[in-house]
Design a protein around this ligand. Structure first.
Ligand code: CTP
Length: 404
């Protein structure tokens, strides 16, 4: 069965020659079992008639904010839809959406919609490449809207290049893929720590480690895609989450990460501690750059607070904590000891002995250890896939705790 079955889809059509493909798009959506409400801008009606589209969608097509019968409720429509698809999207409407100008029914519904939004631009190649257009595309993506990439080929102008609207089959395939994804973390609040911490020695030097933050950022993206509301406390990492709904709090030191984690934890359903927190920090931080002097230099280090252990001691029923252990020897025993000591529910063990696992590589090979002595072993896989396995474990832990 298609994941579009019984889904409510608003299709917004704007004034491009590619609007003729909208007829096929409506037909394919309807065939997949979706209920389709078509909205058109005035310009779109010059390319394809509302009658064609209302016949195919079996619903009246809306072309204006007002009709003779009254006002079209854009707020209600925005809330009704499971997805809003704008195909084709012209440069003009793109700019309106980016700037929040609601002078037609489509733009008004766009601003009121809470559902995922997909947009399939259609333009001539030079228009598509123009920084004004690209800037608006980036802005829409920064709002969390999904770009359906343009195709390459012959354009209405006779030129050949990028700018064609994606084919209706491709648009339907992307929608089906999106709707088929698990949304099993909807309503869950997940706190994630990630990246290294830098502990200052003086204004230019620090004690740090090689953590890239990849695993934690992959977890944040995956959890957000599955519907969770995610707060990511991220140490100095070159990476940022790509899912716009992730709330990212940037920190430098273990103490800053600790303060933020403690502040956010009471509201969280789960804390996933993927950060490689520096265990020690310099006891004194010099105000000025330290000059070299003598043959030796000593830096006295003092212990940092343990974030995972502190959260573990404050854990309330219903909250779960998942930690990480990076070990080089006696791996499973060491990891299990950390799990118990820090009052975690699950610990993700990665061994530095495994090729393709560890810091700054795209893959990881992990084992999940649980409080009840159960464990799960996984093969080497991309960190995005490891993130899904860890989140599946979180879902199982919640299910178990809610049945106790
Ligand atoms: N952790 C933390 N705060 C710290 C140290 C560690 O939250 N100050 C978390 C890590 O994010 C990880 C887990 O605790 O989830 C285990 O970290 P690790 O550094 O391997 O364990 P330690 O207890 O510091 O043990 P050791 O370094 O001696 O192996």
């Amino acid at each position: 069965m298609s994941s579009l079955q019984n889904k409510k889809i608003i299709l917004g059509i704007t004034g491009s020659i590619a609007a003729y493909k909208a007829a096929q798009l409506v037909r394919l959506l309807a065939k997949s079992g979706a209920e389709v409400q078509v909205l058109m801008t005035d310009a779109a009606t010059g390319f394809i008639t509302p009658l064609t589209l209302s016949t195919l969608s079996k619903r009246p097509v809306l072309t204006g904010i007002h009709t003779e019968e009254g006002w079209n409720n854009h707020v209600e429509l925005g809330l009704w839809a499971d997805a809003l698809v704008i195909a084709p999207l012209t440069a003009t409407t793109l700019a309106k959406l980016s700037m929040g100008i609601a002078d037609n029914i489509l733009a008004a519904v766009y601003l009121s919609a809470r559902c995922p939004v997909f947009f399939a631009p259609a333009m001539d190649l030079d228009m598509w490449k123009h920084p004004a257009v690209q800037g608006h595309v980036e802005r829409l993506q920064s709002f969390g809207n999904h770009l359906i990439p343009v195709g390459y080929g012959e354009l209405a102008s006779g030129l050949t290049g990028e700018g064609r609207m994606a084919e209706p089959e491709e648009i339907v395939r992307l929608l089906e893929e999106f709707l088929a994804k698990k949304q099993d973390l909807t309503g869950k609040k997940i706190l994630i720590t990630a990246g290294p911490t830098y502990e200052p020695i003086d204004p230019v030097r620090f004690v740090g480690n090689r953590s890239s933050g990849r695993m934690g950022v992959a977890l944040a993206n995956a959890a957000a895609r599955r519907g969770a509301s995610v707060t990511l406390i991220l140490g100095p990492s070159k990476l940022s989450p790509t899912e716009p709904s992730v709330e990212t709090i940037r920190v430098e030191t273990a103490q800053q990460m600790y303060d933020q984690a403690l502040r956010c934890f009471p509201a969280a359903d789960a804390a996933i501690m993927a950060a490689a927190v520096a265990d020690y920090r310099p006891a004194e931080v010099a105000d000025e750059k330290i000059k070299k002097a003598g043959e030796e230099m000593n830096i006295r280090l003092v212990k940092n607070p343990d974030i995972a252990a502190t959260l573990g001691s404050r854990k309330q029923p219903g909250q779960i904590i998942i930690g990480f252990a990076l070990e080089t020897n006696n791996e499973a025993d060491n990891a299990r000891e950390k799990l118990l000591k820090k009052n975690m529910d699950c610990i993700v063990l990665n061994s530095l002995r495994d090729a393709g696992a560890g810091f700054d590589v795209p893959t990881n090979r992990v084992m999940l250890l649980f409080k009840d002595n159960n464990s799960l072993h996984f093969e080497l896989k991309h960190k995005d896939a490891v993130a899904e396995d860890i989140l599946d474990a979180a879902v199982r832990l919640w299910n178990v705790s809610s049945t106790i």
